[in-house]
Design a protein. Sequence first.
Length: 388
Amino acid sequence: MKSTGNIKAYPAVILFVFVFLSIFVLQNTGVLFAGNYPDPTAGREAAMVASFLLMALVYMVVDFYFLKKMKGWLKGVGVFLGVIFILLGMEGFLRLYDRANPAVYRPSRALLWEITPGLAGVSGSDGRFQVWSDRYGLRTGRLDADRELSPADGEKLRVLIVGDSTLFGWPLNFEETFAHYLALEYTGTKEIEVLNGAVSGYSSLQGLLYLNERGWSFNPDVLIVGFNNDPFIEPVSDKKRLDAAGRNSTVYSLYSLVLFRVIRGLILDEGILPKREGNGSEAGEPRLSSGEVSRIYEEIIAGAQSRNIRVMILSLPLCDEGGRFPMAEVYRGTMKETARLGGAEFVDFFNTWPRDGPEFLDPVHPGPEGHRLMAREVARRLDLNEEP
């Protein structure tokens, strides 16, 4: 009886050790490519515990009727299959939970993460705002969540936004964001259609990949591009993360498991392992070098011009009081020069407003007033079709 009791405990012990060691290896080799992947585990912990208890109960029943009668290597095989059964059962249970309670973001092999299509008022971050998305994974307002894009016919001015959390509108509801205000501020002769393809945490490299993956297929008349994340310091660069996702299918497969992400989040949140996520000042390397940023924007501009798409590159609002972002000015200069050489428009919002003004929520993210002022300036340029 004693040995049977030990056998019952093996699956739980093996499961914990496996996941803990996997996280440790990935965290400390810099391969874990989701440093900026906002993947809240709220609600999933209870689902994970419930699924484990259910699978453990089933395992105990199987153990009582079958495993205790086995001996030697057969018992070892039975324990191994029991571990696999528990893991698969928990993963299946959590995926059903995710289907009923989708997260704002989901893993993507090409982009690392992306907005989950078809969101209907899902709470973002700490619940301060809600996210709606259409079938294309574009952030929308509630009324446009069921829209189906018609082929571009020139009757509407179709504007595609590609960017990071600023242009996504974190942490605001859609009606307080740049995309919404742009549609309101535009007074041109055509009806405007704004497609918000910005995703929190994206770099310009992910923006380029997004365009190649699906953005160009929307056939926009105007492309608006803006990223603040490129110079931020991370444990590893974006190129290494993307290479790991594309080259190492084992790494991506592991991170695509809901069970792994939930347990990883719990372990890191409890401080058992340190979070290695850059915030702009930690030791590490920039997500992208200045030279890489120049080449990326060159490719974006060339891709747009070959499709007869007007390009507007935004230097996004960033309050650099106190020198918190020492490389921001360098990257801004790179963007401006690349835009000039490529014949693209450059709209500069860098250090436009004081940090303690109503335009900012924090040094990186504008509030509703900041979004409205940005949209007003961009809409003015669209109205006049003027060159900077």
